[in-house]
Design a protein around this ligand. Structure first.
Ligand SMILES: *[C@@H]1O[C@H](CO)[C@@H](O)[C@H](O)[C@H]1NC(C)=O
Ligand SMILES: *[C@@H]1O[C@H](CO)[C@@H](O)[C@H](O)[C@H]1NC(C)=O
Length: 172
């Protein structure tokens, strides 16, 4: 009995250490954003699909693995647990600790966009974040993550998770 408990504990510890936590910044894009992006939950994403239902996001080019116009990168379809903690000046937001799981459907381009121009996963953007997730407003991800925080840009953590932790359906 005692041996079984020890083994279980060891297995959990290994599982936990495999999930690296990155510092991440979070933005919002889609219908009604400042850049007139239009609906982000469409088949013309860089990955060629959208989610309905299910939270989705565009991820920094360093992790997406392909540039603009190059189509689906290796980052397509990966799932990430995002946790918001602070606003852009490091002050705790009202819903600090709030988490959602998103599926990557799009690319956040590096060129001309310092937010998503990290040089590899050890690189950082202007908020010290290794990754930026531009959450898709039309998938409901932005509302679910930012909630009533009142901020448009948040900072927190991102951990890649198994997609069995994501709920939704991919539409091709
Ligand atoms: C608008 O585009 C700029 C430049 O690409 C980017 O830095 C900014 O985060 C975008 N804003 C939103 C709300 O997506
Ligand atoms: C961050 O939150 C603090 C405390 O609420 C506030 O004073 C500050 O203006 C906020 N900064 C930004 C960039 O929103």
């Amino acid at each position: 009995m005692h041996a079984t408990t020890l083994l279980t504990t060891a297995a959990l510890a290994i599982g936990a250490s495999a999930q690296q936590s990155y510092k991440a910044s979070f933005t919002q894009y889609g219908s009604g954003d400042q850049n007139n992006s239009g609906n982000c939950n469409v088949k013309t994403t860089a990955c060629g699909y959208y989610t309905q239902p299910g939270y989705s996001a565009a991820i920094s080019q360093n992790e997406f693995g392909a540039g603009p116009g190059q189509g689906a990168g290796p980052g397509c379809g990966t799932c990430w647990k995002l946790t918001i903690e602070t606003n852009s000046s490091g002050q705790k937001v009202s819903n600090a600790g709030n988490s959602i799981v998103v599926k990557v459907t799009n690319l956040c381009p590096a060129q001309g966009n310092p937010l998503c121009a990290q040089n590899g996963l050890s690189g950082t953007n202007q908020y010290g974040a290794n990754l930026n997730f531009d959450t898709c407003i039309d998938s409901g991800a932005s509302k679910a993550l930012f909630g009533s925080s009142g901020v448009g840009l948040g900072v927190g953590t991102a951990v890649e998770v198994n997609c069995n932790q994501w709920s939704g359906t991919v539409v091709h």
